[in-house]
Design a protein around this ligand. Structure first.
Ligand SMILES: Nc1nc2c(c(=O)[nH]1)N[C@H]1C(S)=C(S)[C@@H](COP(=O)(O)OP(=O)(O)OC[C@H]3O[C@@H](n4cnc5c(=O)[nH]c(N)nc54)[C@H](O)[C@@H]3O)O[C@H]1N2
Ligand SMILES: Nc1nc2c(c(=O)[nH]1)N[C@H]1C(S)=C(S)[C@@H](COP(=O)(O)OP(=O)(O)OC[C@H]3O[C@@H](n4cnc5c(=O)[nH]c(N)nc54)[C@H](O)[C@@H]3O)O[C@H]1N2
Ligand code: SF4
Ligand SMILES: [Mo]
Length: 693
């Protein structure tokens, strides 16, 4: 084959990952087949390499299990009996059912459920908004992942800004707090290593010895959900020993004296008792933080998924301010870059031309909502796309109970017959990223990228936006913004957003399509977050004390409260953390045989002392249970987890386990202290060998 027989198309990895890699797809001209998928060297952050999970991506695109045409359920719900139907039949069946539901109960009885299958502007954000707004369907409170952080940062800093990842090369001290980039943000790791080689000291704070912790200079293992106490303990020492930057605090923060009083309640000895981190470790870290500049605190999402997640993030967010590290290159707080290109909400949703959203349903409470928590009207139809709630949303058995309701009409738009799609009344086939156009921002760097479709849709698969357009037509809606071509819709949102956002100055859709990836424009916006010391909070300063926090139901000052679920802790219970698996992205990719082999069977890591007292051997099956349910996991006995803590990576599909369950059969659907945040990790379980019955 010669070079001219192959065409190379620029794209973007669509998965829920901060890196948002630039990709290249080689397509054979003769038959339009993609024959290679690789990283694009022409991207300064993602640098031409892909992570282990996405490298075999063509195995996903050409997976023999891809859904290639619509299906209608013919047997009982969940029984796996289907008949093939045409798109026209599927669309008219859905529209007819929705119109009947709207006539009897109103649009509120229809609930869309979508999250992070792709993160694109068109196939995720726009597709999730316009049609459902037009219907007047229930809104979805998107709180499964990062809601507490977003609100806590808004309360404290007024806006969400984060460094270019390369700024870490300036850091002298890096604390990675509840963050495992070796698995979850792989392109940050070479930068971290380079900073370390230049002499930066890296501290990982995580109950588990993660891949990231192994190569840190120091690993601190607090008890789960005690991080707010640890942060306040560090502040205690900083204030006590005069390591705070008083002039800076006076000028740029609100309420530092009140915070000092609060921190006075957290002496190291007390904090050591709460966190199990030795007193001298707390004092040494505080001194290091207080005497090193630039000092960076980088956190991610895991640490907020506890009952006290909001106050935990508030406490972390205060630390860089105490020593005046905000606005310093290589210092400050790093979380997410997604706030810069804040897409224009009106252009996305056209809600001014739609009925008001009748109510919001919290996605974390899906099971409860389907089982009566939401009534008047009850949910009569669920439309799932870009998400796999049975595998990825807490308290899965309650969700299944809801999905089995005879009077619930469930439509799932998917690439595969996932644990959720199995319970649908109608399944619609979805395109993969290689088959659809989109525009992506990233949450781990500051580039915009265009994904050009590389191959034709497989079978009869349709993209989310094409499906929404077809459903809008079937419903009889004629508004032009429900029927735009993909580029038109993208251009509308990009142009409207640019009108208010200097970082989009000079960035047009044409330029994105021509260049593939374009850096956000920092000529009129500080490159280093908050280097202009403008904080859009009520006081115009960093709000260490936040009066607004009160309106969200929490103390205006950061504090430590154990999660409510922890009252169920007994001598014979463990706290089960279920963060990211190395080879999957949530449940996406967890059906690729190569990756399933690398990841191994669904596991639970147990400390040798816990394994011994519960009679569990390495490699044996363990029954994990609590009042919500149970699942079976394979024991990995390891000192990577401390006594009292167990770890089971999220992602495996229930249908691949002999017991047809996964870890979310036991995770809590309780909400955290703010923003309706999920609390996956505040999970108290019992474990026992399966053999004991
Ligand atoms: N390989 C891979 N990458 C992913 C994902 C994936 O599933 N797999 N998921 C993507 C998504 S959706 C997200 S939101 C991000 C998440 O990115 P991260 O937040 O980096 O990942 P998590 O594994 O969820 O959580 C990080 C760490 O928090 C720790 N942790 C849990 N409870 C506590 C606590 O109380 N205190 C402290 N200090 N640490 C705690 C866990 O042990 C875990 O190692 O990653 C994205 N990237
Ligand atoms: N136990 C535990 N569970 C967790 C977490 C945890 O820490 N612990 N973390 C939570 C977090 S952070 C998150 S973000 C959620 C993620 O939860 P979800 O958003 O439900 O993510 P996935 O489980 O990966 O399911 C995404 C589905 O979208 C499909 N998909 C991909 N692209 C497209 C497309 O273009 N169109 C359509 N229609 N479908 C598409 C994929 O095939 C996949 O089945 O999981 C949460 N679940
Ligand atoms: S999952 Fe993340 S690291 Fe892997 S290819 Fe996609 S964006 Fe890159
Ligand atoms: Mo997430």
């Amino acid at each position: 084959m010669t070079a001219s027989d192959i065409i190379t198309i620029r794209g973007v990895c669509p998965h829920d990952c901060p890196d948002t890699c630039a990709t290249l797809v080689d397509v054979r001209r003769a038959d339009g087949q993609a024959i290679a998928f690789r990283g694009d060297p022409d991207h300064p952050i993602t640098n031409g390499w892909l992570c282990a999970k996405v490298r075999p991506y063509l195995d996903r695109v050409y997976h023999p299990d891809r859904l290639l045409h619509p299906l209608r359920r013919v047997g009982p719900k969940g029984a796996g009996q289907w008949e093939r139907i045409s798109w026209d039949e599927a669309l008219s069946a859905i529209a007819a059912r929705w119109q009947a539901i709207i006539a009897e109960y109103g649009g509120a009885a229809i609930l869309p459920y979508s999250y992070s299958g792709t993160l694109g502007l068109l196939q995720n954000v726009i597709a999730a908004s316009r049609l459902m707004n037009r219907i007047g369907a229930s809104g979805l409170e998107r709180s499964i992942c990062d809601a507490a952080s977003n609100l806590a940062l808004e309360l404290t800093y007024g806006s969400k800004q984060s460094q270019d990842p390369r700024d870490v090369l300036h850091s002298k001290l890096i604390i990675l707090w509840g963050h495992n980039p070796a698995s979850t943000a792989p392109h940050f790791v070479p930068l971290l290593r380079a900073a370390q080689r230049k002499g930066a000291y890296v501290v990982v704070i995580d109950p588990r010895r993660t891949l990231t912790a192994r190569s840190a200079d120091e690993h601190i293992q607090p008890r789960p959900a005690t991080d707010a106490a640890l942060a306040l303990g560090l502040m205690h020492v900083l204030f006590r020993d005069g390591l705070h930057n008083e002039a800076w605090l006076e000028e740029h923060t609100h309420g530092w004296r009140a915070l000092r009083e609060r921190a006075a309640e957290y002496p190291p000895q007390h904090v050591a008792a709460i966190t199990s981190v030795p007193e001298e470790t707390i004092v040494a870290l505080a001194r290091r933080w207080g005497t090193t500049t630039p000092a960076l605190l980088k956190f991610a999402d895991g640490v907020q998924r506890h009952g006290n997640g909001g106050q935990t993030v508030r406490a972390l967010a205060c630390l860089p301010a105490i020593t005046g590290q905000v606005g310093v290159q290589g210092g400050g707080l790093a979380y997410s870059t997604s706030g810069y290109a804040a897409w224009d909400a009106a252009a996305i949703g056209h809600s001014d031309a739609c009925p008001p959203t009748p109510r919001m349903v919290n996605m974390v409470r899906l099971g409860a909502a389907l089982n009566g928590e939401v009534s008047d009207p009850p949910i009569k139809s669920l439309f799932v796309f870009n998400a796999n709630p049975v595998a990825s949303t807490p308290n899965s058995s309650l969700i299944i109970e809801g999905l089995l309701r005879d009077d619930l009409f469930t439509v799932v738009h998917e690439l595969f017959l996932t644990d959720t799609a199995r319970y649908a009344d109608i399944v619609l086939p979805a395109t993969s990223q290689l088959e659809q156009p989109d525009l992506h921002k990233a949450y781990g760097h500051r580039f915009l990228q265009y994904n050009a479709p590389a191959i034709a849709p497989r079978g009869e698969a349709r993209s989310n936006w094409d499906t929404m357009r077809a459903l809008a037509a079937a419903m009889g809606y004629t508004e032009p913004w429900l029927h735009q071509e993909p580029d038109e819709a993208l251009r509308e949102v990009l142009d409207a957003s640019r009108a208010n956002l200097p970082v989009l100055e000079g960035i047009t859709l044409e330029r994105l399509k021509a260049e593939g990836r374009v850096p956000l424009n920092f000529s009129a916006v500080p490159w280093v977050p908050f280097a202009d010391f403008r904080f859009p909070t009520p006081s115009g300063k960093i709000e260490l004390y936040s009066e607004q926090a009160r309106t969200h139901g929490i103390d205006p000052l950061p504090c430590y409260t154990p999660p409510a679920e922890f009252s169920a802790q007994r001598d014979d219970t463990l706290v089960l953390l279920s963060g990211a698996a190395h080879h999957y992205v949530s449940s996406s990719l967890a059906n690729i045989p190569k990756l399933m082999r690398l990841e191994g069977p669904p596991q639970i890591e147990l400390n040798p002392s816990d394994a011994a007292r519960f009679g569990i051997c390495d490699g044996s099956d363990v029954r994990v249970e609590n009042a919500r349910g149970w699942c079976t996991l394979r024991a990995v006995v390891t000192t990577d987890v401390p006594p009292g803590v167990a770890v089971s990576p999220k992602g495996p599909w229930a249908q691949h386990s002999p017991d047809q369950r996964n870890v979310n059969w036991v995770t809590p659907d309780a909400l955290a202290d703010i923003a309706g945040q999920s609390t996956f990790h505040s999970n108290i379980v019992r474990v026992r060998p399966v053999a004991s019955g």
